[in-house]
Design a protein around this ligand. Structure first.
Ligand SMILES: [Zn+2]
Length: 144
């Protein structure tokens, strides 16, 4: 039996760390003299995650909320609170870098559970919507 534990950090876990998030902003397209800087975005939980449609798109490492179309005077933390008020990042009492190993592992578990419940809520609402459509189709055929 193999008892080795793999301690390499995958990208999802690495992005929980502010310095790792800041390193993703190497090709940030917006003016670096803006109030809304890569430093403030990384400090507010976001890593840079651009696409061709959203060149300044960022993603929260904790709740996966994506935001783009930043304005020069946007306040990243205020935008985070406005668009994802239940995010775990907003409940942290200290920077992730200051957590003990045990606290960090608990955070990884909590983030995983948070994302899973978000995914399942979405899957359930899609299922319920499809079930309602199917029900309507069945009723339409029965009443013919
Ligand atoms: Zn978040």
């Amino acid at each position: 039996m193999d008892h080795n534990i793999d301690l390499r950090l995958n990208k999802d876990v690495l992005m929980l760390l502010e310095n790792a998030r800041l390193e993703t902003y190497e090709k940030w397209p917006n003016d670096k003299t803006w109030y809304c800087t890569p430093e403030k975005l990384a400090k507010s939980g976001f890593f840079f995650n651009p696409s061709s449609d959203s060149p300044d798109n960022v993603c929260c490492a904790f709740c996966r909320k994506e935001l783009d179309c930043w304005d020069p005077d946007d306040e990243p933390l205020a935008e985070h609170k406005k668009h994802s008020p239940k995010c775990l990042f907003l409940t942290l009492s200290c920077p992730v870098e200051n957590l003990t190993a045990v606290e960090f592992l608990k955070l990884v578990k909590d983030v995983t559970v948070f994302r899973a419940s978000y995914f399942f809520d979405k899957a359930i609402s899609t299922f319920e919507s499809q079930a309602a459509d199917t029900r309507q189709e069945i009723i339409k055929h029965i009443s013919k």
